[in-house]
Design a protein around this ligand. Structure first.
Ligand SMILES: NC(=O)c1ccc[n+]([C@@H]2O[C@H](COP(=O)([O-])OP(=O)(O)OC[C@H]3O[C@@H](n4cnc5c(N)ncnc54)[C@H](O)[C@@H]3O)[C@@H](O)[C@H]2O)c1
Length: 378
């Protein structure tokens, strides 16, 4: 398979997720980093580019210069990865789409529904691919649960309890360093913090596994830790189309919780339980009440999910592999586009539609919370 070329915006020295994307993409060796604008500060981009062994000519002072220069090159990038704070995603993604370059952007897609829809329109008009990296949906076990629900193994989904508590921002005197400071700052994070950072993961995880579409929400979004300006604890009642219900909880001050995304899905014939910190297993309980633990790597997992596994059972896979799985499908689609053989059924990654859905969820929750916790249609 020909190697794809990609560029990155964000992911400079000391940044979190950019480095994880680079490592995840390198797992299967299908794409190579050749260009970047890793920081707003050109010296830092130069430093990061050198550390990654890039051609200095392809380490750009800003993303606009990068998009134009890469578009003009014969050997320009096939896709760009955007891993900057939320309020910059829109303008950066727009610049690359307008230069005819496929985009992978971290979540939340942008900060308003209007921006999200505009990016979708440009991508659609130009026939460009757009992935939103909801990392957790890349886990083999998430894909397996999606198959179980689709195949009717737990019957009709009746209610979903979903939560993603973290504890790293519990202390009023600790703003969480570089990563926490922009998340807690309305100028850089948008109108929400916790709900954009964690709540969109919850909304997307439930939608991916169950296929349910949210009809309306009733949200209580609170700012609890003294000094914070944006929400740090959100409790959302959800009603899905078709009548299923659910509760989504996210928090940043739940001491002892790290990345505790948890799903409990109750259907008419069974229950599914999943916890992202032990992502190698799914618990399935049927009407007999017996809890079965199904592990990735065994023959029980459906072939469509199992094909993403890289290691035999017992050699644990985790979050980086989940991110790598998103890029496996995205890369295959980019290559198919290049070779003029792309079809929609090749897509097995979160698309821009899911990014738009995340923003619609956020805006409905905000409206609900600001209006005294009332039901709001999504
Ligand atoms: N998928 C996930 O599970 C997941 C996890 C963490 C973060 N994220 C998302 O990833 C994004 C980045 O988060 P992070 O924690 O890595 O933040 P970070 O603060 O660690 O890194 C942001 C990087 O972007 C750079 N940057 C900022 N503006 C820029 C610009 N205009 N041009 C070029 N570089 C610029 C900064 O210098 C820094 O290197 C956010 O949107 C966040 O929500 C997703």
């Amino acid at each position: 398979m020909a190697k794809l070329r990609y560029g990155m915006v964000g992911g400079g020295p000391g940044a979190f997720i950019g480095d994880a994307h680079r490592k995840a993409i390198s797992l299967d060796g299908t794409a190579e980093l050749v260009a970047g604008c890793f920081s707003r500060t050109p010296e830092k981009t130069k430093e990061q580019g050198e550390a990654l062994g890039l051609d200095p000519e392809r380490c750009y002072a800003n993303y606009k210069e990068m998009a134009a220069a890469e578009q003009a090159r014969e050997d320009g990038i096939d896709f760009v990865v955007i891993v900057t704070p939320n309020n910059t995603h829109y303008e950066i993604a727009k610049a690359f789409l307008e230069s005819g370059i496929h985009v992978a952007c971290d979540k939340p897609l942008v900060t308003t529904v209007e921006e999200a829809e505009e990016l979708k329109k440009i991508a659609d008009e130009k026939g460009l691919l757009f992935m939103v990296t909801y990392t957790y949906t890349g886990h083999v076990t998430m894909k397996y649960m999606r198959d179980l629900v689709k195949n009717g193994e737990i019957g009709t989904v009746r209610t979903v309890m979903a939560e993603y508590p973290q504890g790293w921002l519990y202390n009023e005197n600790d703003w969480g360093g570089k990563q926490g400071e922009w998340r807690c700052d309305p100028a850089q994070s948008g109108r929400v913090n916790c709900l954009g950072d964690l709540g969109t993961h919850v909304e997307n995880a439930v939608a991916t596994v169950t296929g349910l579409k949210i009809k309306r929400v009733l949200a209580k979004m609170d700012v609890v830790v003294p000094g914070r300006k944006l929400d740090d604890n959100d409790q959302i009642l959800v009603e899905y189309e078709g009548g299923a219900t659910g509760i989504n909880w996210t928090s940043q001050f739940a001491i002892g919780c790290d990345n505790s995304l948890r799903l409990r899905i109750y259907g008419s014939k069974g229950t599914l339980l999943w916890f992202q910190e032990t992502p190698e297993e799914v618990t399935l309980i049927r009407e007999d009440g017996i809890a079965r633990t199904i592990k990735r790597g065994y023959g029980a997992v459906t072939p469509d999910a199992a094909k993403y596994g890289r290691l035999p059972s017992g050699h644990t896979e985790g979050w980086l592999e989940a991110m790598g799985n998103l890029y496996d499908s995205f890369g295959a689609c980019v290559l198919a586009k290049k070779e003029d053989r792309f079809t929609l059924d090749l897509i097995d990654y979160p698309t821009i539609e899911e990014g738009v859905a995340g923003l619609k969820y956020v805006e409905a929750c905000l409206k609900s919370s600001e209006n005294g916790n009332v039901w709001v249609e999504v």
